[in-house]
Write a protein that binds this ligand. Structure first.
Ligand code: NAP
Length: 412
């Protein structure tokens, strides 16, 4: 590709406008936004009207446009735009994690078929450069785990609950006012957005394509003030943590769920809309990447980096997908969890490991136990219906400390 790139952009919302500003101020890259496709004809725009179009074909059929930047909030429409652009030989940069997570394997094949490149650093943790880091820097390292706080709006809500004592509804509304939450907040608070990002990272960590529907994903929407008070008593914070964990040389697992984070862990203290990724590998040991996971400028900065990479013909090579003996996705493992429920019938169907500690309260009951991930996956929709709060405990809560804290909580 020539060094001057001509961009056709889809979307001029938070990230589209952020990218426009970033490109205005960036000096090293010769890139021109030639056309912007948007949807709503009644909206006032901050740029001249002739730059905008409402027809995708004005960009997709324009042979002079070499790069499509896809920044819309509709995953279905984005899939159509991205596949058409790649088929017409245009390179594509996208931030759309939902679309990517649902179609990644097919989009990788399409790049191989067409020779066009699809880059998407902005799709995982906004401004944190984690995809190319896993793809290039960790290309031969023995990765043990990749985990962290991948959803800025859930983290913002948890911070407001914890620090300001806001109700869940008030904290969610504040996150929406600040533009941190997706158009559909269920994607954030239900853990689905973090899960989509996790599946994208799994492809770059281990060369495997996992359907997000096959991953246990439990959000923050069932947490209550009691759960956060319990976390405080333990000297922990509750965070929504997405985890890729190697179990052995040939097996790994994925999950997204709230987790108690001890104050000795660097994820404790990553607050507000910040994201963090923790990478643990055999030789480099543990590294943390902490930064802004959302917002127009941090996300625009990741898109800028992809555009710059296109000027030197960069493509993800997906080397790990070609390796023999790729690890296999496994859900047959045991997790330590804390569960809060109201009636005995709410925990029907769950089988806890031996050593489970049950504590009765006035309004709520608690159990601290091990449980199989398979069991949680099978009962997930029931657990949501029964309003059960589940938090992973990877520090071993001793029975006596649990009973003491739980008794204090319920005033026993
Ligand atoms: N916001 C963040 O911090 C962030 C971070 C990382 C990744 N992302 C991802 O980046 C993408 C954009 O997010 P955003 O926050 O910028 O969204 P947004 O503020 O809601 O803006 C969406 C834009 O897409 C346009 N649009 C929607 N459907 C369209 C269609 N069919 N054709 C053309 N334009 C269309 C809208 O047009 P109108 O202006 O006419 O309404 C609007 O300009 C999403 O995939 C999101 O998941 C966002």
């Amino acid at each position: 590709m020539s060094k001057q790139i001509k961009i056709g952009m889809f979307g001029f919302g938070c990230v589209g406008q952020g990218l426009y500003n970033v490109l205005q101020q960036s000096r090293g890259i010769k890139a021109e936004i030639a056309r912007i496709a948007v949807k709503d004809r009644s909206k006032q725009r901050s740029l001249p009207a002739e730059l905008f179009t409402y027809e995708a074909s004005d960009i997709l059929n324009d042979a002079s446009i070499d790069v499509v930047v896809e920044l819309i909030d509709d995953a279905e429409a984005a899939y159509g735009i991205v596949t058409k652009a790649l088929r017409s030989g245009k390179h594509v940069v996208t931030a759309n994690k939902k679309m990517l997570a649902n179609h990644l394997e097919e989009l990788v094949a399409l790049q191989q078929e067409t020779g066009a490149s699809l880059l998407y650093e902005a799709s995982v943790c906004g401004g944190i450069p984690i995809i190319r880091t896993l793809e290039e820097y960790y290309d031969n390292e023995l990765l043990h785990s990749v985990s962290g706080i991948f959803n800025g709006s859930s983290n913002y809500i948890l911070t407001r609950l914890e620090q300001d004592g806001l109700s869940y509804e008030a904290a969610l509304s504040l996150a929406q006012q600040k533009g941190f939450a997706e158009s559909d907040p269920t994607l954030d608070v239900g853990g689905y957005d973090a899960c989509n990002k996790l599946c994208i990272l799994a492809a770059h960590a281990y060369g495997v394509y996992i359907d997000p529907k096959d991953v246990f994903c439990y959000g923050i929407d069932k947490l209550s003030a009691e759960d956060l008070a319990y976390a405080r008593q333990l000297g922990t914070q509750v965070k929504l943590v997405a985890t890729i964990q190697k179990l052995s040389d040939d097996r790994f697992t994925l999950l997204v769920m709230p987790q108690f984070i001890a104050d000795t862990d660097k994820l404790n203290g990553v607050n507000d809309e910040y994201n963090a990724v923790r990478v643990e590998a055999a030789f480099s040991d543990v590294q943390y990447f902490i930064g802004k996971g959302a917002g127009g400028h941090p996300t625009g900065s990741a898109v800028l980096s992809d555009l710059s990479a296109l000027t030197y013909q960069y493509k993800y090579s997906y080397k790990k997908a070609e390796q023999p003996n790729r690890p296999v996705y496994e859900t047959d493992i045991e997790l330590n969890v804390y569960l809060r429920y109201v009636q005995q019938v709410d925990i029907e169907g769950l089988s806890f490991g031996c050593g489970a500690v049950f504590t009765q309260g006035e309004g709520s009951n608690y159990v601290s136990a091990s449980i199989s991930l398979k069991n949680l996956i099978a009962l997930k929709s029931e657990l949501l219906k029964r309003n059960i709060s589940i938090i992973r405990t990877n520090h071993q809560t001793t029975n006596s400390s649990y009973t003491r804290v739980a008794s204090e909580l319920v005033g026993a």
